[in-house]
Design a protein around this ligand. Structure first.
Ligand SMILES: [Zn+2]
Length: 80
């Protein structure tokens, strides 16, 4: 068992498209000193953008805002 990471440090995920490292997207006003505690985070500001995806479980389209952004400059895939 690995020791628990500090809660303020978000983990990264693998992009489902290109398998590059992907970072969590943080919305809202985040002060610079708070940002320093959040490495590997994309700061999207206040504009929450909506995206559409196909829910494979139900076969229906649903709206949401992406939580993850691929850090590969040629991919930039966003998903949640
Ligand atoms: Zn990608």
């Amino acid at each position: 068992m690995k020791p628990l990471q500090k809660a303020k440090v978000p983990r990264t995920r693998k992009c489902p498209v290109c398998e590059s490292e992907s970072w969590r997207i943080a919305y809202g006003m985040i002060l610079p000193d708070a940002r320093e505690l959040m490495p590997k985070t994309v700061f999207a500001g206040c504009c929450v953008f909506m995206d559409e995806r196909l829910n494979l479980a139900t076969g229906e389209r649903e709206l949401g805002s992406p939580d993850w952004e691929c850090q590969n400059a040629e991919c930039r895939h966003q998903w949640w």
